[in-house]
Design a protein around this ligand. Sequence first.
Ligand code: DGY
Length: 307
Amino acid sequence: MKELKKRYHVEVHAGSIPMPKKLLISKIKDKDGLICYPYDSIDSDVINAATRLKAISTYSVGYDHIDIKTASKRDLVIGYTPEVLTRATADLTMALMLSLLRKIPEGDKLVRDNKWKTVFGPYEFLGTDLYQKTLGILGMGRIGKAVAQRASGFEMNVIYHNRTRLTKKEEEKLGARYVSLESLFKTSDILSIHSPHTPQTHKIINLKLLKKMKRTAFLINTSRGKIINEKDLVIALKKKIISGAGLDVFQKEPIDSTNPITKLDNVILMPHSGSATTETRKKMAEIAVKNLVLGLAGKKMIYQVKM
Ligand code: DGY
């Protein structure tokens, strides 16, 4: 805000989120630049109403909430914040994995609720090792690679599927083996999603694919909720077609209290917090501001969406 206020007249939406569409449309009419968040839908209605708008800067790596086609027709430039959040998001992925496999939320609750009765019972409160388990990574971009690096520290076997295969050198460096989508679902003990949400990946994870997974397998998603058919995932979790899921992202965010996923006990849920560390959010803020300033000055942004 300090940097922005030095340069521009800034109007901040401080009300409920996401900003109501009607309000956004009325407010954006006379704005030259916009800083937005992944929960703001910057669709064609918003862009078309923003007749003065030159630059959009999203405080996120994902930009699936922005209608790129319409923005491109209007010659708008769009900035985003990759790289700086890679480690934080990969860390949260590992945290979800460990929490699921070692039942950390359940353990915490058990102790607090004074239900811890047996000390060191050989068959009590058993989780699962990460050691030598097969981690499947769907989407081997920056975050997928950072997860692979971390998984090798836990001595896991890493397999992956991606639109394009990595070079042999990169595969060797990461210790990751390329497999088909089907094989990824069949073989993984833990499957972690790191693809962007695009028309091609929209709801690609459906019951048919989930049924290919091992009954003992876990699914982790720190990418975008809309990559999964959430109704199908609820069925798979309820019927124990898969063992559990760690989810940081959902089809609709914030999640409704009526969402059946909140009633399941084989899931760990987080409020879309992949990049939520003090250090990372600060870096994202700096880049979001720099992107906007550069875009409004007609210069190339640090991270500009290719259109
Ligand atoms: C992003 O920046 O798109 C992430 O989803 C935030 O965690």
